[in-house]
Design a protein around this ligand. Structure first.
Ligand SMILES: [Zn+2]
Ligand SMILES: [Zn+2]
Length: 464
């Protein structure tokens, strides 16, 4: 049996792993590389992915870095099934449609300039039409099984606690006369992520592919993060200011709304208006509402007793740009959740433009801000920034809260691995930069005397 790393080897994006057992070829994830032009240039279908010979694709979850090359695979001739949990299929449709929209409008913007300069035009990575062709191949696979997905390959999906529908892919592969159990961790959530169940524990594998995004550190505890979040909100409400929360539409927005509902329900903060200011976030929230079977016990109790609905009476939704702009005229206090999460585009920009200069405003960052983004400039304390080409003074309170990650930190990764370690699996660390996976490999070596593979993208590993 061979497994080729076709993305997310020594990086955290572009997930794609090709399993070949001589009888079948199954691709696990088909993700997009993200983060700057150099990464994005890697968004091609390598020959090794062999789109016309592939029997099936199995998807761990709906983030773009795990599904974003699927339309390219289909363009190159793949027409087999793409297996994923029903919730991941719902999520993936939203994410791919949105990505096509963003890419098409970005290409149109660049082409307007290129046309004026007499330069050759570019085409988007994929279009809405390409997404429609891809979506038709989705085939639901429930969290049970094992189910056959290709000759000699069976798959069991298990909760990974990272985002709605996310799964650990537990694969039984016929390898000559033997049967091998190969486990792909996908992205693992932290313990006690709100709304979702904790990652399933697995106690046996012959080979494990494990993510290592935060293999070098633990996140700040969620409790401490929530205390800070609540006190920031209380102060902002006192000042009657607006609270801007730049947030990813899927996962983070629902998590923040959940924490607000808890704070309102427990009277930590008196209810005040909350705006979900993003059609994508609204659609993603509807997907969460369609899959109550995936909630953890706290969330289920919160929903069943109508407590969630009662706590969220002050939540408003804006579907159109005009509705979003009309929030400008609403007096504070209110909280606005809008994209993009790093303030690189989207409706958050006009809220920043109209409110950053006001001292009563609070901006709360709840996710990672990459270097060079407006979000990072604000966290770094710039006294003035440019929004839509206009200079805006920064008089608002700016805070970045570190504890909201949807990824397991080092301790949670080690604890998850501890269940498997007794079966002494071959261990391959992926989906991590060197600074994440090397410390994790060191701990696994020290504690269990198991040497980990740290393959680079493009390598093929074999098991004899
Ligand atoms: Zn993910
Ligand atoms: Zn990922």
């Amino acid at each position: 049996m061979n497994i080729s790393i076709l993305g997310a080897g020594n990086e955290v994006t572009g997930s794609a792993f090709l399993v070949s057992n001589g009888k079948a070829k199954v691709l696990v994830d088909c993700g997009q590389f993200q983060g700057g032009r150099r990464e994005e240039n890697k968004n091609r279908i390598p020959k090794a992915m062999s789109p016309r010979e592939l029997d099936a694709v199995v998807i761990s979850h709906g983030h773009l870095d795990h599904i974003g090359r699927l339309p390219l695979l289909v363009m190159k001739g793949f027409s087999g099934p793409v297996y994923a949990t029903p919730a991941t299929i719902d999520v993936a449709k939203l994410i791919l449609k949105d990505a096509a929209k963003v890419q098409e409008s970005e290409a149109a913007r660049i082409n307007r300039k290129r046309m004026r300069a007499g330069e050759p035009l570019i085409s988007p990575l994929f279009t809405d039409e390409d997404v429609d062709k891809t979506v038709r191949l989705f085939t639901p696979l429930d969290y049970d099984g094992p189910h056959p997905v290709a000759p000699g390959v069976q798959v069991q999906m298990m909760e990974s606690g990272h985002v709605l529908g996310s799964a650990i892919i537990n694969m039984d592969v016929e390898d000559g006369t033997r049967e091998r159990k190969v486990v792909f961790s996908g992205d693992l959530g932290p313990l006690n992520l709100p709304i979702l169940k904790d990652p399933a524990r697995i106690d046996r594998a012959d080979w494990v592919f494990m993510e290592s995004t935060y293999g070098d550190r633990d996140h700040r505890p969620l409790d401490a993060t929530l205390d800070e979040f609540n006190s920031l909100i209380r102060e902002a409400v006192k000042r009657k200011g607006k609270i801007l929360v730049p947030s990813f539409a899927l996962g983070r927005t629902q998590q923040i709304v959940y924490h607000l509902a808890e704070a309102f329900h427990n009277r930590i903060v008196e209810p005040f208006p909350v705006y979900i200011d993003s059609p994508l976030a609204i659609a993603a929230t509807e997907v969460y509402a369609r899959h109550p079977d995936l909630y953890d016990s706290e969330m289920r109790e919160f929903v069943l007793g109508n407590k969630l609905r009662d706590a969220l009476k002050t939540v408003r939704f804006s579907q159109t740009a005009d509705e979003s702009k009309s929030i400008n005229d609403v007096p504070g206090p209110c909280l606005i959740l809008a994209g993009s999460g790093m303030c690189t585009a989207g409706w958050i920009l006009h809220h920043l433009k109209h409110n950053l200069w006001r001292p009563e405003t609070t901006v709360i960052f709840v996710g990672y801000q990459a270097p060079g983004t407006l979000g990072r400039l604000l966290i770094d304390g710039r006294p003035q920034v440019s929004v839509f080409g206009e200079k805006i003074a920064v008089n608002a309170t700016i805070r970045s809260l570190g504890g909201f990650s949807a990824h397991a930190g080092q301790s949670d990764l080690v604890n998850w691995y501890a269940c498997l370690a007794g079966s002494r699996p071959r261990t391959t660390l992926v989906h991590g930069e060197e600074r994440g996976r090397k410390p994790l490999a060191r701990i696994i070596k020290q504690r269990w005397n198991i040497d980990c593979d740290l393959p680079f993208t493009g390598e093929t590993l074999s098991m004899n």
